[in-house]
Design a protein around this ligand. Sequence first.
Ligand SMILES: [Zn+2]
Length: 226
Amino acid sequence: MDTFNKFLPLLIFIVVAVLVLKFLSPLWLKFKLKRIMKFKPIISIEDKNGFILYLADKAVRKIKWTEIDSIELAGRQKLQLLFRDKSVLSIQEKEYEGWLSLVRATPENMPVNNALSSYKADRFSNLSCCKVCGKIAVKNDECLNCITDTYEKYCKDAEDFGGEIKTERAFIKENQLDWFTGFIDGSKVDFYAKEILYDDCPGWAPSVTAFEVIKYEKKLDDANPS
Ligand SMILES: [Zn+2]
């Protein structure tokens, strides 16, 4: 009994630590990832002519597809862009945000190596509709456009973590509020903005209103005044 009393505080500590880790680690990880990603250069596809690199020192480099001779996938996640002027630009997935968009945007007539063409075919074949953003961009239970898991994946994860499971309608609404704050234009929200990389889902309609999105964004602003 004495030994038990001696180890009781330790036992309580372990139980509390496990519970805290179990419920807080996904949140902590998300926060940490966001912070790390903040400092990565961003690849942005804004039209069909090329792409833009927003670099860490606020420099912006616009690159046109016509400047590039060929693109190769070297190793698992490294693109080698070989320019007409013989310069080479290496773009590794872990160093850039939007790496996959660049792969997706590579024009059909761009000379690429076999590794890149099979990676592209594999990564972007059989896409299905995302109920959150309304684009045909879901692969392996994650939307490549709005980076939201499918409801099915969310339910599975929620079960694994033992959390409360939202209804599909609540799940979609919540993620749409997050996603469409990026599409606010004055008092309107462009729910049907054309996306260069992914086609529209036929018949898709948002489950939130412009009013709700704007109200949600205001609430976020009030919570994080800059
Ligand atoms: Zn989506």
